[in-house]
Write a protein that binds this ligand. Structure first.
Ligand code: ADP
Ligand code: MG
Length: 714
């Protein structure tokens, strides 16, 4: 079957599409099945003895090392629970540096002498696994012949059951490292960075006379995605191979009427979302909001925030479930950052905060004392982001995000902080010393004596800022939609740990009556030095680009430029100092990400070339041939009328065909040279030709589903 006929069939079938009956459609109230597929505290309590439960709880809550004597009991309980859920297999579920999740299933079966089996799962197999790691990227940490890699149980993220229609598997979240103990995954450095920031935040809090066991980092990741009908997808080799459309012209109506954002959700999509939510809820993923996004066929889902490690695991799982549920509904979920050119792409808003117990440290609070702590953390974050803007930028660098950052829809590649009018005013007051402020009632000193109350909603919204304070958290908006949240948060935690460390070191020397003055001086000094990172205006404007350059803020537009920050001496130093990534681990990551970028571009180049040569070119030639035979027929019949127009058309299509051939050969050369920058450039040129042809060639002959179909028909 040709692509052309696939396109027609797809369009034809849409009208008759019915929603799938969904997997978790049940009469049960949400409260009855929420978390039913998770080995959570509630279930553990039922399945474990009190002693074992308490020991495990200590590990989960305060991070004390797991007591290995309880492993067998926990494993046996987990197995009993999993079997009761119909599980036949278990897997250590981990996050290698490919940026996806990985699983290798083992069945519980253990054959007996008499030909029967028992179901077995030991503490040892719970705690540690040894998958063959040779085919995972290690960035040179491990030679292929040293295939050993270990997965290690992460008790802070509960085990869960993944159900298919025909069976179930127990999934155990794990970290993944090499034989020599080096991290080969995204979870290990995340856990290390959480510890690092907790340690330094505790020191700062102690200066204010507050002692806490640990400071937790929290994350709520808003996830954007596209849904298109699967039949269109099947007729788009570019989507299949690269996750984005390499060709396609923007239809007359796209997103300019802004009628999709928060619009009424179509039935087929709502059915999808209903199954999605109930699947997530059964897995204890707190899906909260769902809505139509700005671009047609674009949607968003956001959970209630959770502790960072769990939230990252849940987001990884969410992406997987999005794809699977979509498939059940005859849809395809596109998580690429820019599946369609010319309309908005997708990102992930990384809402991040820190809390001590139940107290959110980025909540301005009610009392002056709380305000002083809040301002100290706020200023620490300013310092961190300004000092390491390049590093944060590097963590969101990938081929897909290059289409987004810098285009006027997503935050620009320049990292800056939005504080909002009121907080900005407070910061300016502090900078000037203990200046009196009359903006709100009261006098403002940054000590603990005379601080006014900061209202919770001190900030307006600014959609254009990459790093915005949003009332009680920071929202890092440059994360790509398909990316793991791990990398950005590893960096964020580590750079904030460094800033807090330096602040604590100063404040620890100023105990007693000198404290307020010392704090005041310190905050003033930091603000003076780092206020250039604050920008409350329109981040999309050209004026900001110029201003940012004047301020010396980095503007790293492409992935290769941006990634360099990962391999810098500055990055080595900070990650080593806070024991988040060793030099070797850091460089291995840099190498992997550079290679991943180059491979992605190469795949895009080859796919584009293939489509141009074998799908677009023949369609254009066939159309031109048709015109030419019509011209011949006109001549034979002695009809002059129409001949000039058709000749002009044949020429126009002909010169586009020539151009297609010439750009294709340039692209071919760039591919042969493995020159990523040239491939990117030639793909843009090729797209221009193909998209012009799309508007010239007979619609009946055009093989690729058009944007107007993919984005509006479902
Ligand atoms: P929006 O930014 O679209 O207004 P919300 O206010 O609903 O969205 O919040 C977006 C995300 O931020 C949600 O996932 C929410 O749970 C999360 N969030 C709220 N408070 C915190 C916090 N203290 N730490 C981390 N994430 C948070
Ligand atoms: Mg938001």
């Amino acid at each position: 079957m040709t692509c052309g006929s696939l396109r027609k069939d797809a369009v034809k079938s849409i009208g008759t599409k019915k929603s799938a009956s969904y997997l978790n459609a049940s009469e049960k109230p949400v409260t009855a099945y929420y978390g039913e597929d998770v080995f959570n505290l509630k279930t553990m309590k039922d399945y474990l003895s009190k002693g074992v439960y308490n020991k495990l709880l200590a590990t989960i809550k305060s991070g004390v090392a797991i007591d290995s004597s309880i492993a067998d009991d926990v494993a046996s309980a987990m197995k009993r629970w999993a079997l009761s859920k119909g599980a036949t297999h278990y897997t250590h579920w981990f996050q290698p540096l490919t940026g996806t999740t990985a699983e290798k299933h083992d069945s519980f079966i253990d054959p007996e002498q008499d030909g029967s089996v028992i179901m077995n799962f030991s503490g040892k197999t719970l705690i540690q696994g040894e998958p063959d790691a040779s085919s995972f990227p290690s960035g040179g940490i491990r030679a292929t012949f040293e295939a050993r890699g270990y997965t290690a149980w992460d008790p802070t993220s509960p085990a869960f059951i993944r159900k298919g229609t025909a069976g179930a598997t127990l999934c155990i979240p794990t970290a993944f490292c090499s034989y020599t103990g080096e991290a080969l995954d995204k979870k290990t450095p995340l856990l290390r960075s959480m510890q690092a920031v907790s340690k330094q935040a505790k020191r700062v809090l102690a200066c204010f006379g507050e002692t806490v066991d640990k400071v937790t980092t929290t994350l709520g990741a808003e996830q954007e995605y596209f849904l298109i009908d699967k039949e269109f997808y099947m007729a788009r080799p570019d989507l299949i191979q690269t996750g984005r459309t390499l060709f396609g012209s923007v239809p007359p109506k796209n997103q300019q009427l802004e009628d999709h954002y928060f619009g009424a959700i179509k039935t087929r999509i709502l059915d999808f979302m209903t199954e999605l939510d109930s699947t997530l809820w059964a897995l204890g993923i707190p899906a909260k909001t769902r809505h139509n996004e700005v671009a047609p066929a674009q949607f968003e889902i956001a959970p209630v925030f959770e502790e960072l490690n769990l939230a990252v695991d849940h987001n990884m799982l969410l992406m997987e479930i999005l794809r699977q549920v979509a498939d059940r509904h005859g849809l395809v979920c596109l998580l690429h950052e820019k599946p369609f050119a010319g309309i908005n792409g997708s990102g992930k808003h990384n809402n991040w905060s820190m809390s001590a117990g139940s107290k959110n440290l980025l909540d301005p609070g009610h009392s002056p004392h709380e305000n002083a702590i809040f301002l100290t953390f706020l200023v620490a974050i300013m310092k961190a982001v300004d000092t390491h803007a390049d590093l944060l930028r590097a963590t969101v660098a990938c081929a897909g995000n290059d289409h987004r950052l810098g285009a006027n829809e997503a935050p620009p590649a320049i990292i800056s902080i939005f504080l909002g009018e009121q907080l900005n005013d407070v910061i300016e007051q502090i900078e000037k010393g203990s200046a009196k402020s009359s903006k709100k009632a009261g006098t403002m000193h940054v000590g603990v004596d005379a601080l006014p109350h900061l209202p919770k909603d001190a900030t307006d919204r600014n959609r254009t800022s990459p790093f915005a304070f949003t009332g009680n958290k920071f929202e890092f908006r440059a994360v790509g939609s398909h990316q793991s949240c791990s990398g950005p948060n590893v960096a964020l935690n580590t750079i904030v740990a460094e800033a807090l460390d330096e602040i604590a070191t100063r404040l620890e020397k100023a105990k007693g009556p000198k404290f307020n003055a010392a704090l005041q001086d310190l905050l003033k000094e930091i603000i003076k030095k780092h206020k250039r990172i604050i920008f409350n205006g329109d981040n999309y404007s050209d004026a900001w680009k110029k201003e940012a350059e004047k301020r010396g803020l980095p503007n790293l537009r492409t992935t290769p430029e941006a990634l360099k920050a990962l391999a810098s001496a500055k990055a080595e130093k900070i990650f080593e100092k806070y024991e988040v990534l060793s030099k070797r681990e850091l460089h291995s990551r840099y190498d992997i990400y550079v290679e991943e970028y180059e491979k992605t571009i190469l795949i895009e180049g080859k796919t584009g070339l293939d489509i141009a040569k074998t799908i677009v070119y023949p369609a254009a030639v066939s159309y031109q041939t048709e015109i030419l035979s019509s011209i011949t027929a006109l001549k034979a019949a002695g009809v002059k009328e129409g001949s000039a127009a058709q000749t002009a058309k044949a020429k126009a299509v002909g010169s586009l065909i020539d151009e297609l051939a010439s750009v294709s050969s340039k692209l071919d050369k760039a591919i042969a040279d493995h020159a990523a920058d040239k491939i990117v450039k030639e793909l843009v040129s090729l797209r221009a030709v193909v998209d012009t042809l799309e508007k010239e060639v007979d619609d009946a002959k055009w093989p690729l589903p058009k944007y107007g179909e993919m984005l509006f028909l479902y």
